[in-house]
Design a protein around this ligand. Structure first.
Ligand SMILES: [Zn+2]
Length: 192
């Protein structure tokens, strides 16, 4: 059997850092649920899915721990791919994805573009706005040594987006699309 690909899922925030909070929603809980569901859906694929969140071992982990430790751990594990999951807030609506500016037109960018359009096929059916494929100097994207993508999954302070984020069936469908996107972009075969 071929070596398994190592995929690190980084549900942003945790411990003392809730992330964004609005409309009764808390970012750290939503991205945690998403990460768990993505991992479940990739069971049986030729990949090792590792959720890295410092609050798992230290419930009092700080925002700094949650930001800097996951990329360090992914580098230590020599992961093949890094996916950071977030939910947006601050006045806007929709879905957007990021890679580091230095990754522009590199393999990580192409992987992201495919993953983005796969996820948008699902989100468009729910009338979620496509904010596009973007570039940003986020710490997790800058510090990781492997292709790394950050997803901002809707705005919890937008009424329509929040309604979707409160729906566990919607989150399950989103996780399904993220998992399927990873399968096709990273060519994850079944183990049978
Ligand atoms: Zn966040």
């Amino acid at each position: 059997m071929k070596n398994k690909k190592i995929i690190v899922l980084d549900p942003g925030h945790g411990g003392q850092d809730p992330g964004a909070v609005a409309n009764g929603l808390v970012e750290k809980f939503i991205v945690w649920e998403l990460a768990q569901r993505v991992k479940e859906k990739l069971a049986g694929r030729n990949a090792e899915i590792i959720i890295v969140q410092p609050s798992l071992s230290n419930p009092k982990s700080t925002a700094r721990d949650e930001l800097y430790k996951p990329p360090q751990e992914a580098n230590r594990l020599k992961a093949d791919f890094y996916l950071s999951l977030h939910v947006n807030a601050g006045g806007g609506e929709g879905f957007e994805s990021f890679v580091h500016p230095a990754a522009k037109n590199k393999p990580a960018d192409a992987l992201r573009n495919r993953l983005h359009s796969q996820i948008m096929q699902y989100l468009a059916r729910h009338k979620v706005k496509d904010r596009g494929c973007k570039y940003a100097d986020f710490a997790v994207l800058r510090l990781t040594h492997m292709p790394a993508v950050l997803l901002e999954c809707l705005f919890m302070d937008h009424t329509g987006d929040a309604q979707l984020l409160k729906n566990h069936d919607f989150l399950d469908g989103l996780a399904n699309e993220i998992a399927y996107g990873l399968m096709v972009t990273l060519s994850l075969e079944g183990e049978a």
